[in-house]
Design a protein around this ligand. Structure first.
Ligand code: FES
Ligand code: FE2
Length: 384
């Protein structure tokens, strides 16, 4: 049972002590975990919706989910309904998926259209969001169709990865990405094919998944098959990302591709050819990338204690790389790793919500990504 706390009011300032009492700790050696309320309080979730998912660029999908002019897909990440479309010349547009008549959906799922047509009373909008059709509205006085366009949202790409920003004054995506595009340019993500997608659901706060993904401290315990790599991991946490490198070899057959140029992306450095990179980009994008396969993560908060994690599998766009013989053992193995995490995280969620929970200390050398993300979150919601 979720321990819901009432939304704090100005009459009860003590209700906010967990928030106002938090102080930033810039050094990893001083890092302390977040207050319990951050993992279940509807108020904390609301603050994150506004000040994180309402301000930062966040990941919504892969370009292969679109197929030219008029194609679209919908998302409801952090419970904000959006539609992403390609306009007449194939440029990306994003809008709130909220009809300006009475809030019906202008699209559901994904597909292709000339106009976005509301599923409620059939108002229709062109691919730039302008209102073009509104049945039986001729007699409405002072009705200005131009004032009833769909509300646009900033949208941009990093290679095939599509991001949106709900803040119309938000800085460009490239600023938030920092050095990441340059660091990973040799991977040429536009040349990879999306071959498999899977949604995982977990009854945990979204940050538990993100924080788990941004540290390697849990790997030998939760993932016994990774033990032998633990002392060979290198990791750093900077700006808006955590980046970990693990020597290749921990998935069955994951070095097999080194013998076949059809199975890996050409042009990588010897170091890139020898490592798997695990990267988390604040707030909801992450990946595991090897020279021959990649999993792209979309972490989707769906309530204070409900999270969807979308995995999109990418491989080099060759028949050999896309073959089931190549893919299936990898998919099976990484699913096992994912299940190991998903088994543990609800146990943590339950304990954070118990009366016996107190914040703990973080490992300065293994959990710096967790620390960075916690600082980013708390700075965002407390400096607002
Ligand atoms: S709500 Fe969209 S047409 Fe009525
Ligand atoms: Fe894990």
């Amino acid at each position: 049972m979720v321990n819901l706390i009432p939304k704090p009011t100005q009459d009860s300032p003590d209700d906010l002590a967990w928030l106002t009492g938090w102080r930033s700790r810039s050094l990893h050696s001083e890092a302390i975990t977040l207050p319990a309320e951050m993992y279940y309080s509807p108020y904390a979730y609301e603050l994150e919706q506004t000040h994180i998912f309402g301000k930062y660029w966040y990941y919504v999908g892969h370009i292969s989910q679109l197929a030219g002019a008029g194609s679209y897909f919908t998302v409801e990440i952090a419970q904000q309904p959006l539609v992403i479309v390609q306009n007449k010349v194939g440029e990306l547009r994003a809008f709130y998926n909220i009809c300006t008549h009475r809030a019906g959906p202008v699209a559901l799922g994904s597909g292709k259209c000339q106009r976005l047509t509301c599923l409620y009373h059939a108002w229709s909008f062109d691919l730039e969001g302008n209102l073009r059709g509104m049945p039986d509205m001729e007699a409405a006085e002072g009705f200005d169709g131009a004032a009833h366009a769909l509300t646009p949202v900033q949208v941009d790409r990093w290679g095939p990865f599509i991001f949106v920003n709900l803040d119309p004054t938000g800085e460009p995506l490239l600023v938030q990405l920092g050095e990441l595009p340059e660091m990973f340019q040799r991977y040429q993500f536009d040349r990879w094919a999306r071959v498999h997608s899977v949604d995982y659901w977990t009854d945990t706060n979204w940050k538990l998944y993100v924080e788990n993904n941004a540290e390697n401290y849990h790997e030998p315990t939760v993932h016994p098959s990774l033990i032998k790599y633990y002392n060979h991991i290198t990791a750093e946490a900077r700006y808006h990302y955590y980046l970990q490198k693990t020597p290749l070899g921990h998935a069955p057959g994951d070095q097999r591709f080194l013998d076949d140029p059809d199975l890996y992306i050409p042009g990588l450095t010897p170091e890139e050819m020898a490592n798997i990179s695990t990267m988390s980009f604040f707030p909801n994008f992450a990946w595991i990338v090897s020279p021959g396969w990649a999993i792209i993560y979309l972490i989707d908060p769906q309530g204070p204690v409900k999270t969807r994690v979308r995995w999109d599998w990418l491989v080099p766009d060759t028949e050999a790389a896309k073959s089931p013989d190549n893919l299936n053992p990898l998919i099976e193995y990484l699913d096992t790793i994912q299940q190991e995490d998903l088994k543990l995280l609800p146990e943590v969620q339950k304990r954070i919500q118990s009366m016996g929970y107190k914040p703990g200390r973080l490992s300065p050398t293994r959990e710096m990504g967790t620390h960075l993300f916690q600082e980013l979150i708390m700075n965002a919601i407390t400096s607002a």
